[in-house]
Design a protein around this ligand. Structure first.
Ligand SMILES: CC(C)(COP(=O)(O)OP(=O)(O)OC[C@H]1O[C@@H](n2cnc3c(N)ncnc32)[C@H](O)[C@@H]1OP(=O)(O)O)[C@@H](O)C(=O)NCCC(=O)NCCS
Length: 180
């Protein structure tokens, strides 16, 4: 576990997601609105969130980076997850790319939390982890997520067709690279 955790912003504490967070994440995400522009749009089962949380914990062990729980420091409210996620291709195999991602409970949208967390994640990724390239893969209509990518310095590299399960959809492929 990196010594630099947790990350802090003016309002948030960001700490690594662990397997034990699965039920809480599932409760925050059990809402079709959260998945309207994520994957094939279906709300995941508790079992699949448990699997994801285990993979997230393993990501931290393997790489020293991964998804983070976003917690409101003032009252300890758990808002959702953000941070760095390994990218999988349509075949489920990891591509080696790292994605800036976020998934918050609807209750907390529109208050600037995701942007505030994303800016701190970018600072951590660039300065503390020394990462030089990140992607952000966003379904076209997801305006709030695209705004965050753009305000964090990502550039639109193009659009691509993506397949998840039965569904294919177009995504905007944003890329961020450190300046040479
Ligand atoms: C996308 C998401 C993370 C945004 O979280 P948030 O806390 O509401 O975002 P913020 O309040 O920090 O706003 C980010 C930017 O989007 C803008 N924005 C917020 N909601 C918006 C909306 N509904 N339409 C257009 N712009 C919006 C904000 O004004 C802000 O822009 P600015 O930096 O120019 O001021 C959140 O809605 C979410 O978790 N959605 C479900 C999961 C998801 O879609 N994740 C992204 C997958 S790629």
């Amino acid at each position: 576990m990196p010594v630099l955790m947790p990350l802090r912003t003016p309002r948030l504490t960001l700490r690594p997601v662990a397997h034990a967070d699965a039920e809480m994440l599932w409760a925050l995400w059990e809402d079709p609105a959260v998945f309207a522009w994520v994957g094939d749009g279906s709300v995941p089962s508790l079992e699949s969130v448990q699997l994801a949380a285990s993979r997230y914990e393993a990501c931290w062990v393997d790489h020293g980076w991964g998804p983070l729980m976003a917690i409101r420091t003032a009252d300890g409210a758990e808002l959702g997850a953000c941070g760095l996620f390994p990218v999988a291709g349509d075949d489920g195999v990891l591509t080696g790319e790292i994605e800036l991602g976020h998934r918050y409970s609807r209750e907390f949208w529109g208050q600037g939390y995701a942007g505030e967390a994303a800016r701190e994640v970018m600072r951590w990724a660039a300065r503390d982890l020394g990462l030089t390239e990140l992607v952000s893969i966003i379904q076209e209509p997801n305006t709030a997520s695209r705004r965050i990518a753009e305000s964090c310095g990502f550039e639109l590299a193009g659009t691509r067709e993506r397949t998840r399960g039965e569904r294919s959809y177009r995504v905007c492929w944003y890329r961020w690279r450190t300046q040479a």
